[in-house]
Design a protein around this ligand. Structure first.
Ligand SMILES: [Zn+2]
Length: 694
């Protein structure tokens, strides 16, 4: 890692610490270099520490303003520096950035410990919380105070000093392990490429060949073809390649990320993380980590989450078994003398889809142009929420990232939206929403700067970027998260945008996916890349008719992950854990079909171990799906999927409401009642599935 020669001199010129005065107050990415981060973090951490110390040591009696509001106003510089840094660690990292990340993540954990384990500060919050009904607070202030109190209690602020010391050490260690975990997955993804010759491309349609050619060019192998472990690359290869040997090779590399031995193997890291989480939960008075984690979620208990998953699981297995039989019959019919293996499933499913619905991905793909799908997501936001999007030429951290100025129906600035859509070696896999700045109205009317980062295959120069239908769904999903950030309308930053429990945070994103499937949206925006013609009506009907096709597979692939996650984080003997054995036995326990592999196996399950945002929380997607299916049904029941009155309630109680209310209360305010799972089962084609015990 490079260090500045003269720290004092460089601090004056450090662009991270200067005022950002451009039109949208964006960080000056062009002049930010890796060596600017450490001194900027050091200064920002010291400044925040001083602010916290002053609040804790205030000689005046604790009041809302001198304690809670003061905390809410503190740490601005740290937020700024950290937001820029973590955009880069995810979307455009490098060896230098990774080294700083390993150095800074335990420092940030230590900093958080110093905040949440500060006894004097907690004493003030506890006193305020005790007399909260007599403070004359408005509803939002009361909510902020309550959330601070819960946060401090859950972090261990009320524990004895010795226990606090141990908690602090655990948190720091977990932060380091989480960073290393994500970096290991990226390293394994980067180290594998399958280099192919023209003669290896049997079955691959033009768009897959074009993406593989572009990936080869990017790696200095012009004229050849490269398959990478980015989902859009490997998954389309598995779907189309008729070369069973190559499918197996790519699939094996894909499912063994983080499990290849050597310095990038993640299994020892998992053992340590699970044990540390278990120990932390016990220090805080919970039986295990899952109990601790869900206590502050909408689900409240692992039992509630399990009940939903178990119900879906048995139906999904039944459906997957029927799907497997149909695929095996196809193999036999073709004269194949082998049993369907995991690397065959996507290939034969694609063939069966073509046979059954006269529909193949290669026929659909030219209709899903990236730019048209971005327009479709924007137009949906205009019709639901009155937003407009104007492209702006602002220098960003990578030339592939683009920005739009977002305004409301009266032309007022709402947010800056940044879309960074293409896969590259410097980007972590997956798709996510994040922000450079969050909304608030406390010190000033601050509007957010929100990003969507995806990993779609980049086309060769001059060719249009084409998405699969799944990619288009991912784009809508992440854009739903982005709207949750951009429409946020709260006073206190603690409650802004996506700062809600993780089993509620997928509601705005998953709900938004529904509008992609609205026929009039597809008719307008699914246009052929070469001819500009809209998708023919019959093709559109066939596309929508396949919505429940292969859903047994999809739900099994997902739900197995959610169940293994809950089991792993409820395991009573975390210290004696053998990750491979645990995964194998747990899958056996739930009777995982042999032909399907978990969507994320434990050694590369970044939701659980890279940061840990979804640890014991992967069930959230299904939990939120109950909500999103039920919520979209509200639009359908109104007879208009853009119904203004329903959209207004949705905006008021969900998209703009951040964490102003308990999730169940927020949902009830929108829908008039709590959700039921009926719409979810219907959407996934599970209504008729016969329930059998596993
Ligand atoms: Zn999401």
């Amino acid at each position: 890692m490079k260090r500045p020669k003269n720290a004092a001199a460089s601090e004056n010129k450090n662009p991270l610490l200067a005022e950002w005065t451009g039109t949208f107050e964006l960080p000056p990415f062009a002049s930010i270099r890796p060596e600017h981060f450490r001194p900027a973090f050091d200064r920002a951490l010291a400044a925040h520490r001083a602010e916290i110390d002053a609040i804790a040591a205030n000689a005046s009696a604790p009041g809302f303003d001198n304690t809670i509001a003061a905390l809410e106003k503190s740490g601005r510089e740290l937020d700024r520096v950290a937001n820029v840094f973590f955009v880069l660690t995810g979307a455009d990292t490098s060896d230098e950035i990774e080294a700083i990340e390993r150095e800074i993540s335990p420092l940030l954990a230590r900093h958080n410990n110093a905040l949440y384990l500060n006894r004097a500060l907690y004493a003030r919050i506890a006193e305020l919380y005790k007399k909260r009904d007599r403070l004359g607070l408005d509803a939002e202030q009361a909510r902020v105070l309550e959330r601070y109190h819960i946060r401090f209690v859950r972090a261990g602020a009320g524990l004895e000093e010795q226990a606090q010391g141990r908690l602090a050490a655990i948190n720091e260690r977990l932060a380091s392990l989480g960073t290393k975990f994500g970096q290991n997955v990226l390293a394994d993804e980067k180290s594998f490429t399958m280099l192919l010759e023209e003669s290896d491309l049997a079955g691959l349609p033009d768009f897959v060949r074009a993406a593989a050619r572009a990936a080869a060019e990017e790696r200095g192998e012009a004229g050849k073809y490269v398959i990478t472990l980015a989902r859009s690359s490997v998954e389309t290869f598995l779907q189309f390649s008729s070369r069973r040997d190559l499918r197996e090779k790519a699939f094996q590399a894909w499912i063994r990320r983080g499990e290849n031995g050597g310095t990038t193997d993640n299994r020892a890291l998992i053992v340590e993380m699970v044990a540390l989480r278990d120990e932390r939960a016990k220090l805080l008075g919970f039986a295990n980590f899952a109990d601790y984690r869900l206590d502050d979620q909408m689900a409240k208990t692992p039992a509630a989450a399990r009940k939903l998953l178990d119900d879906v699981w048995s139906r999904a297995r039944t459906k997957a078994a029927a799907e497997r039989d149909a695929l095996q019959a196809m193999i036999t019919e073709e004269g194949g003398n082998f049993a369907l293996a995991p690397w065959d499933w996507r290939y034969y499913a694609e063939k069966l889809r073509k046979a059954r619905y006269d529909l193949d991905e290669a026929e659909i793909k030219p209709y899903f142009q990236l730019d048209k799908m971005i327009e479709a997501a924007f137009e949906t936001a205009r019709r639901l929420f009155g937003l407009s999007f104007k492209p702006v030429a602002e220098p960003l951290y990578h030339p592939d990232a683009r920005a739009w100025d977002v305004t409301d129906a009266r032309g007022r600035h709402v947010a800056l939206f940044i879309g960074d859509y293409f896969a590259r070696g410097s980007k972590h896999s997956g798709a996510w929403m994040t922000s450079l700045r969050d909304q608030e109205k406390l010190a000033a009317d601050v509007r957010p700067i929100v990003l969507n980062v995806c990993n779609f295959s980049k086309p060769a120069a001059g060719e249009p970027a084409l998405l699969s239908f799944d990619d288009a769904r991912t784009l809508f999903h992440e854009f739903g998260h982005a709207l949750h950030g951009m429409l946020s309308n709260v006073t206190y930053p603690l409650l802004a945008g996506t700062a809600v429990p993780s089993d509620f945070v997928e509601l705005p994103s998953q709900l938004y996916e529904h509008w992609l499937e609205v026929p009039e949206v597809l008719r307008q925006y699914a246009r052929h890349a070469a001819t500009g013609q809209p998708m023919p009506q019959t093709l559109l009907e066939r596309l929508l008719a396949t919505r429940t096709f292969n859903q047994g597979f999809a739900i099994v692939e997902y739900t197995s992950c959610a169940l293994v996650d809950l089991d792993l984080h409820s395991a009573p003997d975390a210290a004696a854990l053998d990750v491979t054995e645990f995964e194998r036995k747990d899958l056996e326990r739930i009777a995982m079909p042999a032909e399907i592999v978990m969507r994320h196996r434990l050694p590369h399950f970044q939701h659980l171990f890279s940061g840990g945002g979804y640890a014991a929380g992967y069930y959230s997607y299904m939990w939120s799906e109950v909500l999103d299916a039920d919520a979209f049904a509200a639009f359908e029941e109104s007879g208009d999927v853009f119904d203004p009155a329903t959209a207004k309630r949705l905006r008021d109680f969900v998209y703009s409401a951040g964490n102003l209310r308990e999730p169940a209360e927020a949902y009830k305010s929108f829908r008039g009642r709590l959700p039921t799972a009926d719409a979810l089962l219907k959407k996934r084609g599970l209504v008729d599935a016969v329930v059998k015990a596993p």
